[in-house]
Write a protein that binds this ligand. Structure first.
Ligand SMILES: [Zn+2]
Length: 239
């Protein structure tokens, strides 16, 4: 079965990840601690951006951002499970998380985001990783970009994630981790460590094609989990 083969591949990728971790650690930081103790009390909330009527950005080939976000999140979830990281997914299929009473698209979007906030804020020891894809009118731009909120909690994790994505995906990507703009509702209404990762630009034909392949999605997922483990084990910024 296709799914089983995909799962086996992801587990092997997870094993490779664990073996590669010491090399991902910056010089002088020491080998990250992989024992369960360093991860205790922390639940990684995996948020596949958009869903349902809100497909987010659309690639030059017509693929919806919401589907790619979920494909990456599912891979992160499998790899996180392999590494013993507890996870919660905000959505596991193609849907919006709005309340029944919401009618207009605007109301549904607002309700969807409020429910995502409530899930994060209601989870003890939550750490939020929100996955999105970028888009820009000019198709030249490319490259993964990490945004963060709550700098004291997230800044070090954001930097190691940006660096890991650069190393794994595109060494020419010189983007730096940035504070999330005020306009992003979810990221501005939570109090825990939180990253929003724009995995790449759907408006760039070459990058869009890469983002649509399972192999590239797995590379992104591996990078996100490796960076998470490193940030957890490497003694990042204290609250
Ligand atoms: Zn998005």
């Amino acid at each position: 079965m296709k799914l089983d083969r995909q799962k086996i591949f992801l587990l092997l990728a997870g094993a490779a990840l664990v073996l590669a971790l010491p090399r991902l650690a910056p010089a002088g930081a020491g080998v990250p601690t992989l024992g369960p103790a360093s991860l205790r009390g922390t639940t990684l909330i995996l948020d596949a951006g958009h869903g349902g009527e809100d497909g987010g950005a659309v690639s030059v080939t017509g693929t919806r951002e919401s589907d790619l976000n979920l494909a990456v999140v599912r891979r992160v979830d499998l790899l996180a499970g392999f590494c013993g990281i507890p996870t919660i997914l905000t959505r596991e299929d193609d849907r919006s998380l709005h309340d029944e009473g919401a009618e207009t698209l605007r109301e549904k979007k607002r309700s969807d985001l409020e429910n995502r906030v409530a899930l994060v804020e209601g989870t003890e020891g939550a750490v939020l990783l929100s996955v999105h894809q970028n888009s820009y009118p000019d198709g030249r731009y490319s490259g993964a970009q990490v945004f963060y909120s709550n700098e004291a909690l997230s800044g070090a994790w954001a930097e190691v994630t940006q660096e890991t994505l650069r190393t794994a995906l595109d060494q020419e990507n010189h983007r730096l981790a940035k504070v999330i703009p005020d306009s992003v509702y979810l990221m501005n209404h939570i109090s825990c460590p939180a990253l929003l990762v724009e995995c790449g630009f759907l408006s760039n034909p070459e990058e869009a094609r890469r983002l649509e392949t399972g192999e590239y999605q797995t590379k992104i997922a591996l990078s996100l989990v490796a960076a998470y483990l490193q940030a957890q084990g490497g003694g990042g910024a204290e609250p």
